[in-house]
Design a protein around this ligand. Structure first.
Ligand code: SME
Length: 159
């Protein structure tokens, strides 16, 4: 599936009445299946105490359930307010290892303007796994999730 297909599937689930958590879980599943280079796919949510907390994920369990803003690739993406595409994690000084098999990592923020809600984190066992096409796909799904965050936060029916 490409990014558009994934968003259409999420739209369909919304219309069927899926709740926000179910939509997050399905987004992770659809992303994880989208490319065989994705070996770990998850969502970290940003909490008011400036900590990221692991939400739905697929792949090996990780010790990094909580990550402070500024720590690791995930925390520095939030601190700097930008996505991170790390082609070789061994060359990244601010990297928290989840698995020794991970070679590259992509973090895409789920945000509306300056407001960051969460992030999609993807690890690959291949070096430099995240080309422009993949990044665009993940960004499209992150954009969809950002809208769902805004809707759920405002107490609107998800539609
Ligand atoms: N590598 C991340 C930690 C999360 S795991 O990849 C699941 C980081 O450096 O923040």
């Amino acid at each position: 599936m490409n990014g558009k297909d994934i968003c259409q599937e999420l739209d369909r689930l919304q219309k069927e009445g899926a709740d926000f958590h179910q939509l997050q879980v399905r987004a992770v599943e659809l992303l994880h299946e989208a490319d065989r280079r994705f070996d770990w796919t998850g969502i970290y949510e940003l909490f008011p105490d400036n900590a990221l907390r692991l939400g739905p994920f697929l792949g090996a369990p990780t010790d990094h359930v909580f990550i402070a803003v500024g720590n690791g690739v995930c925390g520095s993406a939030v601190a700097e307010g930008r996505n991170k595409n790390i082609p070789d994690v061994t060359k990244e000084p601010n990297y928290l290892a989840c698995s020794s098999a991970t070679k590259s990592e992509l973090v895409v923020l789920i945000r509306e303007g300056d407001r960051i809600f969460a992030q999609i984190d993807i690890d690959s066992h291949q070096l430099d796994a995240f080309d422009a096409e993949i990044v665009a796909l993940v960004e499209e799904v992150a954009g969809w999730l950002a809208k769902a965050y805004v809707q759920s936060e405002r107490g609107q029916p998800v539609s």
